[in-house]
Design a protein around this ligand. Structure first.
Ligand code: HEC
Length: 211
């Protein structure tokens, strides 16, 4: 004998499991159970969210044993440099300008002029010093710890190093191809022409067109 349809429906109704109706609190819902009236429990003091354990002091502070780290503590890849260029142009260029000479738009409108990154003292400064300046600010310069995460700060430091190299590199460090494009000594420097060489910095590459 086949079961009738109403009997089947009755059976289904009994099978229903109310998982979606289980007792639970929605975010910020009050609770009569806890003394402070809140359903969400505050994190135990000293709790570290997953993935946020600061195990590497050099990476997070730019210092090793109180001293500024000399080197960037992660591999400097093309990708890291590209990210650094992008972040630099957003967060630093408004004052330091895109070449790092210190004549950004805010400075041209009257803000204190920062030193050029191409002076001897800053060419010799350690990677950790730059990281420290971004993290804690420096004199009239505010800090960028909130806006720029540690990894991005190192990316910016790597890019500042590339900027410094761009203004102070021995000719022997250039490829044959790049050297052939240099003007003769004593000639008036011409605007660069021809397609960019592989790896050559292209102003504006990757930047959004201005409105
Ligand atoms: C609002 C403008 C402004 C912005 C944005 C800015 N800076 Fe500066 N920066 C300054 C000024 C001004 C000084 C000089 C401060 C002084 O000597 O009082 C300075 C100084 C520095 C110095 C030199 C410290 C020294 O040893 O003399 C470094 C390095 C530096 N900034 C890096 C950066 C980087 C990297 C960024 C981007 C994350 C950045 N700055 C963003 C204004 C700015």
């Amino acid at each position: 004998m086949r079961p009738s349809l109403p009997a089947l429906l009755l059976l289904l109704a009994f099978c229903r499991q109310d998982m979606h109706d289980q007792p639970r609190y929605t975010p910020l819902e009050p609770s009569a159970f806890f003394a402070d009236g809140r359903s969400a429990r505050p994190a135990v003091e000293g709790a570290v969210p997953r993935g946020a354990l600061r195990q590497d002091p050099v990476f997070h502070t730019g210092r090793r044993g109180g001293q500024h780290a000399q080197q960037i503590p992660l591999p400097v890849t093309r990708r890291l440099l590209a990210r650094g260029q992008e972040r630099f142009n957003i967060y630093c260029a408004p004052c330091h300008d895109r070449t790092g000479s210190g004549l950004g738009m805010i400075v041209r409108r009257g803000f204190r002029r920062p030193p050029s990154f191409h002076i001897e003292r800053l060419r010799r400064a350690s990677a950790g010093h730059f990281f420290d300046v971004i993290t804690n600010g420096f004199g009239a310069m505010p800090d960028y710890a909130q806006q720029v995460a540690p990894r991005e700060r190192w990316a910016i430091v790597a890019y500042v190093r590339a900027l410094q190299l761009s203004q102070h590199a021995p000719v022997t460090a250039l490829s044959q191809q790049a050297r052939a494009r240099l003007p003769e000594p004593g000639a008036t420097p011409a605007a660069p022409s021809g397609p960019a060489l592989p790896g050559e910095f292209q102003p504006g590459a990757g930047a959004r067109p201005s409105p």
